[in-house]
Design a binder for this molecule. Structure first.
Ligand code: SAM
Ligand code: SF4
Length: 415
């Protein structure tokens, strides 16, 4: 019987898929595993590949590998269903946190008005920013506890010099249960790196673009680069990323009249444009009258596209999905201000300087970086993570209170 702990030898999993015939492998959990949810062994016996039909040996091998991979995923999903979810990642309102957003840097090559205060931000010294081994250690710890999706953000994640290698190391966590490696980027410096990022395991991209007018782009971001972002969107589509999400922060009097142009943008491009309600953060001069509630946007769109239709959302989606029937792409509304989705929130955040933040709008933070640098064990880190998660509030304080609350500027949180 073959047996392999995916936890202890994640790098070897891909090799295993190649080397062992599909018919000899099944997954069972190791009964005495630590608190990790995903400590599996691989003993023998999976039914023969009756549905692998081709005579071409190479194609046959590929089909067998695909079947095996599907079965492994199905088994993991089945085991996950049976096991209780990590206590450390479950809060007092029974929300199970499966999604971690990691900010890689406080630096950015744009200066978006809604994100970066006009006077700039005081950057942390280099040594305060988490190193790649620290990020990977935390990512591994969280994935072992049940995180299935990691989003890299910032600042602008692509300005981090080792971004491609960092994604490669995250890719090695896939056998532990990490399904999605996502990135939110402004698309300015992403294009050249995109193929390597994808081949290293990045499988979801959100590109930020608030206007389809190159001059307004310069006003909103205080920099040039519109064409480059458009090219990056096309590249992402051509490279097969699906969906390609486009984040558009809507501000009254600035770009709200372009919402119909963005809907038009989805006619022939298979993009998912997500209109984000403008949110208050430290130093962004938020005003309620600049917020355009999503219901107003829907009315405006329906006036031109009466068939504009609601689609079904997944339980933890932050976006309310819609489309115009017949259009290649779709649109969504992220309604954090007018209709919050705190009840189904499954997200945790780690800032570039290593603070765990359990709520985007809360100012409670704890430094995991300091704990790691003090030599704390994973168990000790988990205890602190659990305490922070258990302290997560039921919902954010509401629009009128948020504006007066102390919070970091968005660029120092990582959206
Ligand atoms: N630099 C990257 C980018 O712009 O895509 C990643 C970091 S950025 C902080 C992440 C997302 O937060 C972007 O899509 C941005 O539009 C959004 N964002 C920033 N400030 C915001 C605000 N005040 N309200 C709503 N969304 C905001
Ligand atoms: Fe930079 Fe992104 Fe903030 Fe714009 S939204 S300033 S691109 S971090």
């Amino acid at each position: 019987m073959r047996s392999l702990s995916l936890l202890s030898r994640p790098r070897h999993f891909a090799f295993l898929l190649r080397a062992v015939p599909a018919s000899q492998i099944a997954i069972t959990p190791i009964a005495s595993a630590s608190r990790s949810k995903r400590n599996y062994s691989l003993p023998a016996v999976v039914p023969e590949d009756e549905d692998v039909t081709t005579a071409d040996p190479l194609r046959r091998q590929q089909q067998q590998q695909q079947r095996l991979s599907d079965r492994v995923q199905a088994k993991i999903a089945a085991i996950d269903q049976e096991r209780p979810f990590s206590q450390a990642l479950t809060d007092n309102f029974s929300r199970q946190h499966t999604y971690l957003r990691i900010s890689l840097t406080e630096r950015c090559n744009l200066r978006c008005t809604y994100c970066m205060p006009a006077e700039g931000v005081e950057l942390s010294p280099n040594e305060a920013i988490m190193t790649t081994p620290e990020i990977i250690r935390l990512a591994r710890l969280f994935v072992k506890e049940g995180i299935t999706k990691i989003r890299l953000t910032g600042g602008e994640p692509t300005v981090r010099k080792d971004i491609v290698e960092l994604v490669e190391q995250l890719g090695e966590l896939q056998p532990l249960g990490l399904k999605t490696i996502a990135m939110t980027s402004n698309g300015i410096a992403l294009r050249r790196k995109l193929p390597s990022l994808i081949s290293n395991g990045m499988n979801l991209i959100n590109l930020s673009l608030d206007t389809l007018d190159r001059f307004k782009f310069e006003l909103m971001t205080r920099r040039k680069g519109f064409e480059r972002v458009m090219e990056t969107i096309d590249d992402a589509l051509a490279l097969g990323l699906d969906p390609v999400k486009v984040n558009c922060v809507v501000m009254r009097g600035t770009n709200d009249k372009e919402v119909l142009d963005f809907v038009e943008f989805t006619r022939n491009k298979k993009v998912d444009v997500r209109f984000i309600e403008y949110m208050p953060f430290g130093g962004n001069k938020w005003k309620e009258n600049k917020l355009v509630p999503y219901q107003e946007l829907i009315e405006n769109i329906r006036a031109v596209h009466p068939t504009f239709k609601k689609l079904v959302d997944d339980p933890n989606d932050t976006s309310k999905a819609y489309h115009v029937p017949g259009f290649a792409g779709q649109v969504g509304f992220i309604t954090s201000m007018s209709d919050h989705f705190c009840g189904t929130c499954n997200r945790l955040r780690i800032t570039a300087d290593g603070n765990l933040k359990v709520c985007l709008f809360g100012n409670a933070e704890v430094s995991l970086r300091d704990m790691m640098r003090q030599g704390k064990t994973d168990e000790e880190l988990l205890e602190v993570i659990e305490m922070a998660v258990k302290n997560k509030k039921k919902q954010h304080a509401g629009m009128s209170n948020l504006v007066n609350m102390k919070n970091r500027p968005m660029i120092l949180i990582g959206g």
